[in-house]
Write a protein of this length. Structure first.
Length: 223
């Protein structure tokens, strides 16, 4: 069994201790480091290069969004996935973190088994995005990107690179569908659906499926 190496970044010692206790009860998770703010998190992650970082959003010195952007923007940390952790379901900071490259988000009141499974999902390369929460979250904040002309131009340029079929697939990803569900919806094979998703991610330079979801909303592919 492959051990998933995790770093915990939170300014509350009690939260870190709780997450550590929960994860270390799983046979496949190991907490290899802790950080109490964003600056500390960057140093620990660059030194240990974990598989997953559980990143609090609101921390002193450097917040979780800025730390996430630096981690996800570092080619040497391409193998590290960041999951932002928050107290609230709808939080503007979470959307910013997803745009910065986070692979998903968690609520601090989740069940222990859900935390362990979340770490496994992200470590496997999937996005941790509950469709119910994601639609409400991103839908609330995504239209603000239209006020940034540079981002709007970059978005339009990336959109033109997608084929019509790829746009269809990205829209379905944005609605929270899995590759198997996309395949059924479009009457194609799961392998073909996966290929379309991979090509779309490559064309728009999405780090993972979570960024593809954000792109789908930003580009207006999801109403």
């Amino acid at each position: 069994m492959t051990t998933i190496r995790v770093v915990l970044a939170d300014d509350q010692a009690l939260i870190r201790a709780g997450f550590r206790a929960i994860l270390e009860r799983a046979g496949d998770c190991q907490v290899v480091g802790e950080a109490l703010d964003g600056v500390d998190a960057l140093a620990v992650v660059r030194r240990l290069r974990p598989d997953v970082v559980l990143m609090d959003v609101r921390m002193p010195r450097l917040d979780g969004i800025a730390a996430t952007a630096q981690i996800c923007g570092d080619p040497q940390l391409a193998g590290t996935k960041v999951v932002v952790v928050t107290t609230y379901e709808v939080d503007e900071y979470i959307y910013a973190a997803l745009r910065a490259g986070a692979s998903g988000f968690l609520l601090k009141d989740l069940e222990p088994d859900d935390l362990r499974q979340a770490v496994r999902v992200v470590a496997s390369g999937e996005a941790l995005l509950a469709p119910r929460v994601t639609r409400r979250l991103i839908g609330a904040f995504t239209r603000r990107s239209s006020s940034d002309p540079d981002y709007a131009r970059a978005l339009a340029q990336r959109l033109t690179q997608l084929t019509d079929r790829e746009r269809e697939v990205v829209a379905l990803v944005g609605r929270g569908m899995s590759n198997e569900e996309i395949a059924t919806d479009l009457s194609i094979s799961p392998a073909t659906a996966k290929t379309h998703v991979s090509r779309a991610m490559l064309k728009i330079e999405a780090r993972d499926r979570a960024q593809l979801v954000v792109f789908a909303y930003d580009a207006g592919l999801v109403g």
